[in-house]
Design a protein around this ligand. Structure first.
Ligand SMILES: [Zn+2]
Length: 414
């Protein structure tokens, strides 16, 4: 089956990415766009204008997710959706998330200009707060859509300034939309175009990554309790040194991940707090968090239990109290095998080199996977860098991703 070559305008996407980047808190260079901040609200307005110009039907939901729909010939069929996020962590770049939103818009335009009329409706979703900057919870919008965040917990969230989510969404003009009506959309499929945020595609000269699985994190908060004391007078046999126990614990975390049998298991302790925290005091308590990720939930759970058991042994031997708390344990997602093949075949049709890969960062797609078949299209980014002003994908690289996205949407919505 031959298709007309879709008229994708790489300069138009590049210009719109640059326009969107101007909605940012200082300092520049770099983009800072935090949920419901003034730049975020202005960017949402600007984006809705672009969507309406294309004749899309725009509606927000109660948590600030934005939907823009191209109504198909059979509007009763479940729609085919695509999209990503436009919020940006402080001092970051202008491609993370935005490529999947403005790329989707360009894909819709190209399809329309080529004369395509979808049978199923096509919908762009702009997810609210993919980044955890404001409330410490990532993928807030997609999590709520997937029913993984209870409305009452959401409303009670407070940012560092003490402002509640309820107040913020009121200020964003969403207060009249009841949270209880956050019904999950029924989609036939969801595709997310995103920069890789890693170095593999660029290193190999590969244009398209078809994501087969998305790793998901579990996070735990640990507190070791011993007895504080004088570094000179408290003799070694009498000590209950919380920091020494925690140090052994950190090495146990590293060992458990290394010994899981798969390089897809990663575990990190990236911060620690010690009390009283003086050069000449034995530590009375030490607390740290563990970030544990895998694409296989059962393996991740085995590693978490191995770490927990090792901690208990250390605590017993050192006469320490141990408190272990799970902060979250998000389920990893497997992408739909049929959609993955469709991405690879589409890339092949356009002569683009493509490969299967795993997403080690997580995305809104992780939560959409609980609602419908999903897959992700990755494009290269320079030196694998992301969440920094150096983040960059070229107009040609973006165009390739948009071409594959548009082609897949055409196939799915026909
Ligand atoms: Zn992102």
């Amino acid at each position: 089956m031959s298709h007309p070559l879709l008229p994708i305008h790489r300069d138009r996407i590049a210009a719109e990415l640059a326009d969107l980047a101007t909605f940012s808190d200082p300092p520049s260079p770099g983009v800072t766009r935090v949920l419901f901040s003034a730049p975020d609200l202005a960017a949402r307005n600007w984006l809705q204008g672009r969507f309406r110009e294309e004749g899309l039907e725009v509606r927000p939901d109660a948590v600030g997710n934005l939907f823009a729909r191209w109504i198909g010939e059979d509007p009763d069929l479940p729609a085919v959706a695509t999209g990503s996020h436009i919020d940006a962590v402080p001092h970051s770049g202008c491609f993370d998330g935005t490529v999947g939103v403005l790329g989707a818009l360009e894909a819709f335009r190209a399809l329309r200009e080529s004369g395509f009329q979808p049978k199923r409706s096509l919908e762009i979703v702009v997810f609210s707060a993919e980044e955890p900057t404001r409330f410490g919870i990532s993928c807030l919008g997609s999590r709520a859509l997937a029913g993984r965040l209870r409305p009452e917990d959401l409303e009670a969230l407070r940012d560092e300034a003490g402002t509640s989510f309820a107040e913020l969404r009121e200020g964003a003009g969403l207060g009249h939309l009841p949270l209880a009506e956050l019904a999950p959309p029924r989609y036939a499929a969801f595709l997310e175009l995103h920069i890789e945020q890693g170095p593999l595609l660029e290193r190999e000269g590969t244009a398209i990554g078809a994501v087969e699985a998305i790793a998901a994190p579990a996070a735990y908060r640990i507190r070791w309790e011993g007895a504080a004391g004088h570094a000179g007078t408290l003799l070694m046999p009498d000590r209950r040194d919380a920091l020494a126990g925690a140090a052994e614990g950190i090495l146990a975390v590293e060992r458990a991940a290394k010994e899981s049998g798969s390089c897809d298991t990663v575990a990190t302790v990236g911060q620690i707090a010690v009390s009283p925290g003086a050069l000449n005091s034995v530590a009375g308590s030490a607390s740290f968090g563990i970030d544990l990720r895998d694409i296989d939930r059962a393996r991740r759970e085995r590693v978490a239990s191995a770490i927990h058991e090792a901690f208990e042994e250390i605590a017993r031997r050192r006469h320490l109290e141990l408190a272990w708390e799970a902060i979250y344990e998000d389920p990893p997602a497997v992408c739909d095998p049929g959609l993955v093949v469709q991405i690879l075949e589409s890339a092949g049709r356009f002569g683009l080199r493509a490969r299967r890969m795993i997403s080690r960062a997580y995305h809104d797609s992780l939560f959409l996977a609980r609602l419908c078949p999903i897959a992700m299209i990755f494009i290269p980014c320079r030196n694998g860098r992301s969440h920094c002003p150096e983040e960059y994908s070229s107009p040609a690289e973006i165009e390739a991703g948009v071409r594959v996205l548009a082609d897949c949407l055409r196939g799915l919505a026909s």
